[in-house]
Design a protein around this ligand. Sequence first.
Ligand SMILES: [Zn+2]
Ligand SMILES: [Zn+2]
Length: 152
Amino acid sequence: MSTEIAAELKVAMQALKQYGGLDPTKNKAAIRGVGKVMGSEFAKWMIANSSPQSPGVDSCESRLVVTGLSSFWKDNGIGEMKVVEEEPLTIGIEGCHDCLGWMTGVGVPVCPFKEGFLEAVFDGVLNSKHSVEETECCGTLSPSCKFKVTEG
Ligand SMILES: [Zn+2]
Ligand SMILES: [Zn+2]
């Protein structure tokens, strides 16, 4: 199941990057929307497959989401994901599966899919509203894509 979801994610990421290309305005909202659909499916999968959490970690729930995502990303060769800043929570992804080959530096972030995906995963797993914004990107010649996660 894990590999099935990973295969679907990889196909979606690459197909949408091909489709949206380096024009960040082209169908950005729609691509972000596809990310959200896949993210909410992924959240369900994550909840169904998560091991019981130890008590007392409630305050770090969002960190647990990143930990879960991060090991999935690594296991499936989609990239290295980690927390790069605590306040506000910022997730960095290096070696993005969908950025490879697109690092020509268009000067603006080009990953609406991952934005929507992460947002839906946080919403779904933590059962509260989040908003995710890409602040740095392989498309801005940054060595990694960075996503700021805010609640509400
Ligand atoms: Zn990016
Ligand atoms: Zn990237």
